[in-house]
Design a protein around this ligand. Sequence first.
Ligand code: MF3
Ligand code: CO
Ligand code: CO
Length: 261
Amino acid sequence: MAIDIKGPAEIAKMRETCLLAAATLRMAAAEVRPGITTEKLDRICHEYIRDHGAIPAPLNYRGFPKSICTSINDVVCHGIPSAKERLKNGDIVNIDVTTILDGFHGDTSVTVFVGDRVSKVARHVTEVARRSMELGIATVRPGSRIREIGSAIQRYAEGEGCSVVREYCGHGIGRIFHTDPQVPHYAARGPNPRIREGMTFTIEPMINVGTWRTRLMSDGWTVKTADGKLSAQFEHTILVTPTGHDVLTDWNKLKGSRYSN
Ligand code: MF3
Ligand code: CO
Ligand code: CO
């Protein structure tokens, strides 16, 4: 399938939805503290997104029951917010927000420390995940190839003693939540399309302390590490520009925007 190239009008809409996703995520991350339930994080994101005229993309997506994903400690991704799940001091939690505004998707996540008792290994895997995302993003420019992203990430993350999840990848995004190109975060075999101006896709490495292998829980969504060790993730939506890339979900873009407060 050909990879969609966005024109100026579509890029303007991608910028808007990504700004809203970033603002939602920043707001939710600021609410993280010991004792809060992941259900509460889900509710405040749902309301914020709806109040800004948008739709939370995960809700009812292939049957997903909530508006965001919340993935704690050994949960790799797609954790389901729950009233029974309370964050505790020392946890790490990934909050993953996807908005649909005027028909276009914006997708972004961060991993946040809960309280002041986060272990050294948890801090390390979180910082490696953040840096992995940044190094992957740094390779993006017209003429480069998709697999450069994963090569850069795998080299770095494994050098830091961590592993890179393989079953879940970044993805093209726009009117469709998950579309081509598939963006592996490791040096994968298979398709290796050339990156072109006007493409939009996510980079969202999941980095593990132990094995890269994962297990799907019986709820059909929650993905955990196979060995029960920690996992961290960061995600941005990226636009390919004439000279390189633009990080559409960058929180720095909120300064001076309608979301500056
Ligand atoms: N936001 C996730 C991603 O980065 C996808 C969540 S799909 C859901 O691609 F159904 F689990 F919400
Ligand atoms: Co995504
Ligand atoms: Co996401």
